[in-house]
Structure formats: C-alpha cells, structure tokens
Design a protein around this ligand. Sequence first.
Ligand code: MG
Length: 232
Amino acid sequence: MSNHIKHIFFDLDRTLWDFEKSAEQAFEKIFEKHKLGDFGVPSGTAFHDTYTIHNERLWDQYRKGEIKKEVLRGLRFNLTLKDFGIVNNDLGEAIGDDYVKISPLLVNLFPYAIEILEYLKENYTLHIITNGFAEVQAVKLRESKMKKYFDQIITSEEAGVKKPDPNIFTFAFDKSGAKPEESIMIGDDYEVDIVGAQNMNMEQIFFDPYNLQPHASCSYRITNLEEIKGIL
Ligand SMILES: [Mg+2]
C-alpha cells in the first residue's frame, strides 16, 4: 500500500472500457444497418480494419489539434468508404453519427474493472482524465454504471488540450484539489498517459493488457487490472 497516494486518475478508453470490443460490435451493426454488403464491402470486420488505419492517422492529427472533431468524425468514414470504391459523403457522415451514438451503448469493460473501482473507492478519490469526446464518454460512464465511482471527469475538450500536454494535468489538479505527489495515473497509452504523468512527477501504473511493452519505464506495469490490488 502506497500511503502517500490519495488521488487516482484513470484513463477510460482501453484502460477500463474495452474500446476495441465495443468498436467491433458497433461495426457489425453499422454494416447491417447501412447494408454495406450491397456496396461491395465484404464484412463489418473488413470495414473496421480499413477504418482503423484512417482513424489512427486522423486521431493523431486531432490529438495534435490539427483537425477538428467534426472533421474527424465523418472524414475517417469517408476515406474508408473510398477505399472500398464508394464515394458518398452523406453515407460517411451518417455512419460517423451512428458510430459515436452506437459504440458507447455497447458496454464492454476489461476484466475486474468494476471490482477494482469498488476496492479503490474505499481509500482513494478516483477521477477520469480522457482525450475522448466529452458527450461520448459521459454515455459510456452512465451505461457501464461506472460514473458513481468518479469524483471528477476531466475531458480534453473541457481542458482545451489533450494528454500528454501538461496543461490537462494541471487542469485536473486544480479541478480535483489533488497534488501531483499524492496522485497516480493509470492508463494504457505509454506516450499519452505514462510519459504525460512522468512529466508532472506523478506516479504511474501502465496497463499493458496484451503485454506489448514489457520493458517500458514506469512506476508499475500491469497486464490485468486486478494487479492494482498489489500496488494500492
Ligand atoms: Mg486509453
């Protein structure tokens, strides 16, 4: 038990919320609803795989402030459709709207997510710091019944900058009344969550569920959320 820790800041997507699983399910629904098979798209999975390539590149630009969220939402689908030979901006926009509506309703959490929040709430104040869209994250927290565990939900939209920018952490400290030396960050993205927290002199727990970065430099590294019980 680290006695000096009072505040725990969780990332949401891919840390508590199993983003990939929800996305896969959302793509199956979108494939059916928009009859993408009729346009020559082989499957929801194929559509998802192509989308992922465009989304990662565009999300990176969004994170750096190079494109707006309204552009990101539709463009990632329009580019995906184009790869399948479909040029239809209205369809891309409609799918973009559906995706952000459908995916947060498809609740998939990592194993032990609720159990660990139950355990931690007894001794710590819990918060979220997320780069995700504010209104989407609110739906996820409500639908997954995780909202009640968190004192402050800090979104990049509210802070005006995204992790790993130090200003989002400073904003989080101001809003929560936490001090860096009594705070720990738990997240899955090494550059965004872990290096971001290191730059603020916060401790960090790197959640690496697929064991992809075993030698990452961090305070603690876990592959299963239950391991947090051995740290906090
Ligand atoms: Mg994440």
